[in-house]
Design a protein around this ligand. Structure first.
Ligand code: MV4
Length: 447
């Protein structure tokens, strides 16, 4: 069993992991940058090691310094959280070589999922539905165009190593294809150091549905239901909910089963998420697999009662899953909103600065995952997410009203936040009626 965990992250997820470890009797080591000496995670862990200057490249992304901190502190495992090194196959491999338990899948699984074109081939072989189009890679516009004709216009040109929207362009017709291909490819080369592209049919107005998976080292794979993450802006999710009531139950069951099939096809291990696009007519396609714990995991915890971080640690320790699929009951409805330090009136630009006052809501069915307190300085170097507010209630509408009530109570002064903007989304007619797809924000912003 793991005895001491180094948390290679910051903010609310670091705090979340420290809490789970403490409940399990596991010692914790926080790492922090010079900008985070007063951060909550630095104060809550059993030990804290300052690993370098504020920029992520010198601290939270610095593999050498994180490995040394692990060795120095005698930690036997690293939890990477999300972002930073969480999906870096090289980092996971170094942990494996140093006999440090990486709390996540193996480096091979991370690398295999990271190449989206290869992952797509694996899913085709496994019989998991994927977006129409070839999974072959193209390196020239001419080769890309051949694939585009197979996929059928409009098409989406994607970087093999992409994900999260980088190195991605839509081409609506043949005459704009070459330009779109070269733009996407240049972006891919700059972001991932690799310019292999693949081409798919462009799916219009889909929902983004993802399925939470847990898999142990013995081949046991279960799902914990789906999350609807359609409400997003510039590939940043804003609201997540589970279950997705706006899709028929039989369709959701098929998507969940496809996710389990996908995880089994890659012999997946630990917590993971399979992302799908779901068309208005009910056709659904596997898109990619995320090999980390995700920001929105609390809503799955609300409706299943399963502590996902605890399960990650147990799986990494080599314990078999205690839950069978039939033990997982999805009960009620949960919604999460992300509270960010940003200015909705100025293109959502990040707004770091000193927090003056904080009041966070509570009460039955209300959860706050945050690392903020009055007097804390929010540094400009990292992600702008300050807190996650999540609620549970028996039905979607009750959960939505609970979220509306909770959001109405939040006070954060000293910096600008998106709280009022989130309130406007939660009370929007289309959201109330469950009419959300990935174009929801664009549609309502145009008015
Ligand atoms: C797509 C798509 C439509 N058609 N692929 C966005 C991030 C990356 N993971 C893949 N993405 C998309 N791929 C095809 N063939 C639309 C998106 C997409 C999207 C997907 C999920 C959630 C939000 C999105 C916002 C814009 C585009």
């Amino acid at each position: 069993m793991i005895k001491k965990v180094l948390i290679a992250n910051r903010g609310e997820i670091a705090v979340r992991i420290i809490r789970a470890c403490r409940e399990m009797g596991i010692m914790t080591v926080a790492v922090c940058s010079e900008a985070d000496r007063n951060a909550l995670h630095s104060q809550l862990a059993d030990e804290t090691i300052c690993i370098g200057p504020a920029p992520s490249s010198e601290s939270y992304l610095n593999v050498g310094r994180i490995i040394s901190a692990t060795m120095t502190s005698g930690a036997d495992a690293i939890h990477p959280g999300f972002g930073f090194l969480s999906e870096d196959a090289e980092f996971a491999k170094i942990c494996e070589k140093c006999n440090i338990t990486f709390i996540g899948p193996t480096s091979e699984m991370i690398a295999a999922s990271g190449n989206k074109a290869n992952a797509k081939k694996t899913m085709i072989e496994a019989g998991v539905p994927v977006i129409p189009g070839s999974a072959e890679a193209a390196n020239t516009p001419a080769d890309g165009l051949k694939l585009a004709k197979i996929a059928g216009f409009p098409v989406m040109i994607k970087a093999a190593l992409g994900g999260g929207g980088k190195g991605m362009r839509v081409a609506r017709s043949e005459d704009v294809f070459e330009k779109a291909f070269l733009t996407a490819q240049a972006e891919a080369k700059a972001s991932f150091g690799d310019d292999s592209m693949y081409v798919e049919h462009y799916v219009e107005h889909p929902k983004h549905i993802e399925v939470q998976i847990l898999a142990d080292k013995f081949g046991n794979v279960i799902h914990l239901g789906e999350r609807d993450c359609s409400v997003q802006r510039n590939h940043q999710k804003l609201i997540e909910e589970t279950p997705c009531d706006s899709l028929p139950e039989d369709l959701r069951e098929k998507i969940r089963e496809a996710a389990v099939k996908a995880a089994k096809a890659v012999s997946y291990e630990n917590a993971g998420t399979c992302e799908f696009l779901v068309e208005p007519d009910g056709k659904f396609y596997f898109m990619e697999m995320n090999t980390r714990i995700q920001v929105e995991h609390p809503i799955t915890e609300w409706v299943t009662g399963v502590d996902l971080i605890r399960e990650q640690i147990k799986i990494a320790s080599g314990l078999p899953l205690e839950y069978k699929q039939e033990d997982i009951r999805i009960s009620g409805h949960s919604i999460e909103v992300r509270i960010n330090a940003e200015d909705p009136e100025h293109k959502f630009r990040p707004c770091p600065g000193k927090i003056e006052t904080v009041y966070l809501p509570g009460g039955k069915g209300v959860r706050v995952d945050s690392a903020v307190y009055a007097g804390l300085e929010i540094p400009p170097y990292y992600d702008s997410m300050l807190a996650k507010l999540s609620v549970w209630a028996p039905t979607r509408e009750e959960a939505r009203r609970k979220m509306q009530t909770a959001l109405g109570e939040v006070i954060i002064t000293g910096i600008k936040t998106n709280i009022d903007y989130q309130y406007s989304l939660i009370t929007h007619k289309d959201f109330i009626e469950g009419r959300t797809d990935i174009d929801f924000i664009d549609r309502i912003s145009r008015g």
